[in-house]
Structures are given as structure tokens and as C-alpha cells.
Design a protein around this ligand. Structure first.
Ligand SMILES: [Zn+2]
Length: 243
């Protein structure tokens, strides 16, 4: 068993469940649950991990339902017992902490389906990278989406800091420093809509960072086992546009 899997402790991974023949195969956690009645639906074996393209189609289809106000994930208690035994997320999301950006809602996904790293400005630091490495290596996530959004306060503050030399209190300068590479690259092009371009460039910068991250993500991205993409969520329309 790999080191990361050992770190996962009693957590059941999709690979291990398939290898051992199903959710209830010989684990302390499963045995502890055995005396309790389990709904037939929750006894099902986990489906094989989707391909990266299938995972992306699930996200885009879910966002289309959300935009059309036809979301189908509304009973968030469904599958609760199964989720107590294992998780099988199909996509990792790097999202802003902004309260208006709720990945499960805007992609119409239920609990247990998205593995989300959230930080203001949706950038990747070492902690976020480690989380995503866990998601990919242990949970077999085939897709990572870096998700920017319109009206991002962190991007706006970074622009203002660079343009006006504004000083921010507390630890906020650490966050601004993390966003500068993408924002400065956008500013250098003098775009008509600086906010939009800086938001998109920050997403692209972090997609590149993830795709180049050794030793785990880079080789998986290079041979297509993991897809790393970027997108921007429009708060006004609900639509996510892939970059
Ligand atoms: Zn934001």
C-alpha cells in the first residue's frame, strides 16, 4: 500500500474498493456499520472513476442545469450512510472563498462528488497543492478545474495594490503576492477589461502551476490521466465559461 493510502487511514478509496470487491469488503468501518440496515441503493459498488473528459462533461452538464434552474441535486441527505464509509469525488475544484461561488450548487453536484480547495483568489499554494495531490493520488480524481469568477474582490484588491501602492493590513499582503503573477501579466497587455483579463490570467497561471507540479500532478497531466483546466464563473448569469 502506498504511503498516501496509509495516510488515508481507514478511508476507502475507489481503487481499493474495486480491488477488494465492494463497499462492504472486510474493513473495520464497514463491519461497524453491518448491524444497521442499509438502503439497497447504498449497497451498490462504486462505479469506476470517469475519464477526465467524462468528468468535465458532468461538470458542464451540471452547470447547464443550474443556469436553466433545473438542478436535480436537492435532497442532500440521500446517500448519507454510504458517504460515511467512503468518498468518490470525480473532480477537484480550486475555488475562491467568495460566498457567492458555491461549486456544488453551480455545478449541480451533491455531497461527496467534488473535492474542493477554497481560498480567496482561487490560487494554489503548497497546502492546496498537497490537498489536490491527495485527491488525485488517493481518491483517483481524474479532473481538476481552477475556477475564477466575476467581481472577485481578491483580484480587484491586487490590481489596486499594484496601481496605487495600497497597503493592506494583517496577512492580506501574502494573498496579494500570490495573485500578482497572473494580475501583472494581464496588466502588461493593457486590456480593455482589466478585471476580466486579470481573473482569466490568474486562472491560467494556476492551471500551469498545477500542470507543472512535481512529483505527482505533472506526470499524470502529461500522459492524460488527469486533466487540469480553467474556467470563470459569471455570478450574474450562473454560467461557467471554460478557458
Ligand atoms: Zn473571489
Amino acid at each position: 500500500m502506498c504511503l498516501l493510502c496509509e495516510m488515508a487511514g481507514s478511508e476507502l478509496t475507489r481503487r481499493h474498493l474495486i480491488k477488494t470487491g465492494g463497499v462492504l469488503a472486510g474493513t473495520a468501518g464497514a463491519l461497524a456499520l453491518a448491524p444497521f440496515p442499509v438502503a439497497a441503493k447504498e449497497k451498490e459498488k462504486p462505479a469506476p472513476a470517469p475519464t477526465p473528459d467524462e468528468a468535465l462533461r458532468r461538470l458542464t452538464a451540471g452547470n447547464a442545469r443550474y443556469v436553466a434552474n433545473t438542478s436535480r441535486n436537492r435532497d442532500h441527505s440521500a446517500g448519507r450512510a454510504a458517504r460515511a464509509r467512503a468518498q468518490f469525488p470525480f473532480a477537484g475544484i480550486v475555488s475562491c472563498a467568495d460566498s457567492r461561488v458555491s461549486p456544488e450548487i453551480l455545478f449541480d453536484q451533491g455531497p461527496g462528488e467534488l473535492f474542493i480547495v477554497r481560498v480567496a483568489g482561487n490560487f494554489v499554494n503548497d497546502d492546496g497543492l498537497a490537498s489536490l495531490e491527495y485527491g488525485v493520488k488517493v481518491l483517483n480524481i481524474p479532473l481538476i478545474l481552477v475556477l475564477g469568477h466575476t467581481g472577485c474582490g481578491a483580484i480587484g484588491a491586487t490590481i489596486k495594490t499594484i496601481q496605487d501602492g495600497m497597503q493592506l493590513p494583517g496577512h492580506l499582503p501574502v494573498l496579494i503576492d500570490a495573485l500578482k503573477p497572473g494580475v501583472e501579466a494581464a496588466m502588461a497587455r493593457k486590456p480593455a477589461d482589466l478585471m476580466a483579463e486579470a481573473t482569466a490570467e490568474n486562472v491560467r497561471h494556476n492551471v500551469r502551476r498545477l500542470a507543472a507540479a512535481e512529483p505527482i500532478l505533472s506526470p499524470l497531466a502529461a500522459d492524460g490521466r488527469v486533466k487540469i483546466v480553467g474556467g470563470v464563473y459569471d455570478i450574474a448569469t450562473g454560467k461557467v465559461v471554460l478557458l
